[in-house]
Design a protein around this ligand. Structure first.
Ligand code: AMP
Length: 219
């Protein structure tokens, strides 16, 4: 699982990590954005929280995660959680959902707030495939996605007010989880200020180090 202030590059890092190990990538933010796009009644409710930078209520988040685990047997082979848990209650409920098979590793991608603000304020995302750009490194053609040709726009929760609210909630609700997972002996830190490929390499090194003893024991 990856913890990080929004804009720490965690979305792409988590997706890349899941691809690297051939396991599922579960991003609560992506699940919510899908529901909002589908304009389901739940999606419209969720939108009201997201657009103001508020957290979606725990009951909704936990229900969604529980469903995801119930419907997909392949998750037994492993998964990368992205953006979840974000509150103490979500962390407790996750242990229940995982029923005796706790998380192996929690990675905190560490980025100072001013860098996070710069990354989020300039972030632009492809509405179709989710590819991420920045005003400092835009797509080649006038905000048309290089990968799929979709429109590249600013997320509605990347406005300054919503971002400040999200950072505030991160400090209050999510930061205590670092202590929770440190006590459980699961926490590792990665410097998120360096080039994103180097962040990725550090994460892979940590995961490999964690699994090497298990692999050696099973051969
Ligand atoms: P993200 O893509 O992870 O930045 O999430 C986008 C938005 O979805 C957040 O600002 C929250 O409004 C909502 N969200 C995502 N994950 C959670 C979660 N675990 N708990 C509550 N709200 C969440």
């Amino acid at each position: 699982m990856l913890i990080g202030k929004q804009g720490a590059g965690k979305g792409t890092q988590a997706g890349r990590l899941a691809e690297h190990y051939g396991v599922a990538h579960i991003s609560t933010g992506d699940l919510f954005r899908d529901a909002v796009r589908d304009r389901t009644p739940l999606g419209l409710e969720i939108q009201r929280y997201i657009e103001h930078g508020n957290l979606v209520p725990d009951d909704i988040v936990i229900d969604m995660i529980e469903h995801r685990f119930e419907e997909d047997n392949s998750l037994q082979d492993g998964f990368v959680l992205d953006g979840f848990p974000r509150t103490a209650r979500q962390a407790d409920e996750l242990e229940r959902v995982l029923a005796g098979k706790p998380l192996d590793l929690v990675i905190d991608i560490d980025v100072p707030t001013e860098i996070v603000l710069h990354r989020i304020a300039g972030r632009r995302v492809c509405e179709r495939c989710g590819a991420t750009y920045h005003v400092d490194s835009p797509p080649k053609n006038d905000w048309i996605c290089d990968l799929c040709g979709g429109p590249v726009t600013q997320r509605e929760d990347d406005t300054e007010d919503a971002v400040l609210r999200r950072l505030d909630l991160y400090e209050k609700e999510t930061l205590p989880l670092i202590q929770f997972y440190r006590r459980a002996g699961k926490l590792a830190h990665v410097d998120g200020t360096v080039d994103s490929d180097d962040v990725f390499k550090s994460i892979v090194k940590l995961v490999d180090e964690r699994y090497e003893p298990c692999r050696a024991a099973s051969t």
